[in-house]
Design a protein. Sequence first.
Length: 394
Amino acid sequence: MENARTTSRPATWLMLSIILVALNLRPSMAAIGPLLSAIRGDIALSFSVASLLTMLPVMAMGLAMFFGIGISQRLGEQRTVLLSLLIIALATLSRLFVDSAAELIVSAVLAGIGIALIQALMPALIKSHFPNNVALCMGLYVTSIMGGAALAASFAPQVMVQTGSWRLGLAIWAALALLALVFWWLQRWQLPNAMTGVAKKESFFANSRAWLLAIFFGLGTASYTCVLAWLAPYYVEKGWSEQSAGLLLGFLTAMEVISGLIVPAIANRSRDRRVVLMALLGLIITGFCGLTLSPQHLSLLWPCLLGLGIGGLFPMSLIVSLDHLDNPQRAGHLTAFVQGIGYLIAGLSPLLAGMARDQLGSFEWAWWALTAVMVAMLLMVLRFDPRQYARHIQ
């Protein structure tokens, strides 16, 4: 069987398969925020406990990154993806029957594990099978992740209104996972394993550049996870309906999709990504300032800026990590480390924001804290000089 990168038709089908799989990596989390007031009306949840519905899946994603590549080496990429989609589908479907916060949290954690197994192997798969278009294909992959979030945020409240059940609004996304599972299973070629030939997993725990990349990815993703968890509840508290707040979150994630498509294509023109990264951070800073100071005025502008900034920053953080190593297997191990540590960092942001809301009565403190984090990240960007990559990671 010819490698997917040498024949255009298999490569196209592989990329379409990756896009469909990626659509399933956020609905289990993105559907929560717009439905939170309805969930809290039925199940006793403080904002701190509700934050666990986003925090724990992200933490599970981080932890699972460290053994996800090992599992894909044992099972092969195709079977790993099938297993992961099955886990996501079952975890999401189980929400039809939840009656307590604990059951809801367990479903979120299981979905997070399935998500992590896919996210651990996808960067190496993309770099191996699309070596000449890594930035573009990573952009399509990450954009599809955000597209799944946009679908769930926008339509979960509509499902709830039409059916009268928030449980169905959460569980309906299992159908998307089953669709991806069937599509992936029906592929007629045997997917070559990008991880074959790797004797053992390389450790980056002692490498300072790997830690810098992981912290950068984690802090950037913290803004994404916090907005995903709390933007809709923030506007519901401002008097908006669940449907309107969900559509606003859907609009933000739609802007992420646009940015995720455009920004990597622009950045692909140069190996030096620093100007692009600084522009994206500037958009996020402006968005958070507007969200805090004037949430009801220009209410579409601030989510637009946040979406454009976050949507570009997420794939660019991974692309910069991939840039450091030419070998697909080593680059895959590096991005697994970056995502593993990064998601553990990012998972804390919904919890801290929820605690701040419980203690201080407002989400504004969380938006200000994230603004300060983005300013600090501007300084970190200065260190991403591609001429120095070989010196930092051998």
